[in-house]
Design a binder for this molecule. Structure first.
Ligand SMILES: [Zn+2]
Length: 239
């Protein structure tokens, strides 16, 4: 099955926190999205094993995305060759034009590992002749695929960005993002005020304020951005 975008994240909830509004917006417009979580996020703080996975599947459905889990161990995720190959295989199977990762400046080592890991996987995906590489058998039966864009949403565990490549207005889908995050009772205190969720929303609102909209999610890009028409940036705030 093909997907228009593929999101590689360390844990169930990372995709929602970092870019849930964007994801909901893109699937609403008909694009197909797959979230790839490298682990199932166990052990979770407030629930027995298995609950977080179920919550993640419900959250993905709310966002209009499919979701798969790789079998890495939470806290032990690293940029290693087997994981690069596994992610590259998913890219070659699903042929997304856009891939999203997590930037490497985060204090959480699992998050930080995603940046080099997904960058390598995107590169591996476009290479041929894996049948002639010892250890590359996993990619030998799939065709090469060149991802057009690799983007990195802001990881809210790293300091705020003063600069980024672009922002997405997610005001219209922010309620969906919050509903998806509210599925995660295994890691957030949904019944009471959860400080982390409040901080996440405050950041998205702050970013939105920079553009005169309710909420925005911000991204860095691996390569420079080109538009067909600068009018895509209209309307603007403060010129
Ligand atoms: Zn995480």
């Amino acid at each position: 099955m093909s997907y228009d975008l593929l999101i590689v994240a360390a844990h169930p909830d990372d995709a929602e926190v970092q870019m849930g509004g964007t994801l909901a917006k893109m699937t609403r417009s008909g694009r197909r999205a797959l979230i790839v979580d490298l682990c199932d996020g166990e052990p979770a703080d407030f629930a027995p094993a298995g609950v977080r996975r179920e919550q993640a599947l419900r959250a993905a459905a709310l966002l209009g995305a499919d979701r798969v889990f790789l079998n890495r161990q939470d806290r032990f995720i690293t940029d290693d060759i087997p994981t690069r190959l596994e992610v590259a295989r998913l890219i070659r199977e699903h042929r997304p034009k856009m891939v999203f990762g997590t930037t490497g400046a985060c204090i959480h080592p699992d998050h930080a590992a995603i940046d080099p890991l997904v960058t390598a996987a995107v590169f591996y995906a476009r290479l041929k002749n894996w049948d002639r590489v010892a250890g590359g058998e996993m990619l030998a039966e799939t065709g090469a695929w060149e991802v057009q864009r690799l983007f990195f949403p802001h990881c809210k565990m790293e300091p705020s960005w003063g600069e980024f490549a672009f922002a997405v207005d997610v005001s219209d889908t922010y309620a969906v993002k919050k509903t998806a995050l509210a599925e995660y009772g295994s890691i957030f205190k949904i019944e009471s005020r959860d400080q982390l969720l409040e901080l996440y929303e405050a950041e998205d609102a702050h970013m939105g304020r920079l553009f005169g909209v309710g909420y925005a999610e911000v991204y860095k890009s691996q390569s420079p951005l080109l538009v067909d028409d600068p009018a895509v940036f209209l309307p603007g705030l403060h010129s």
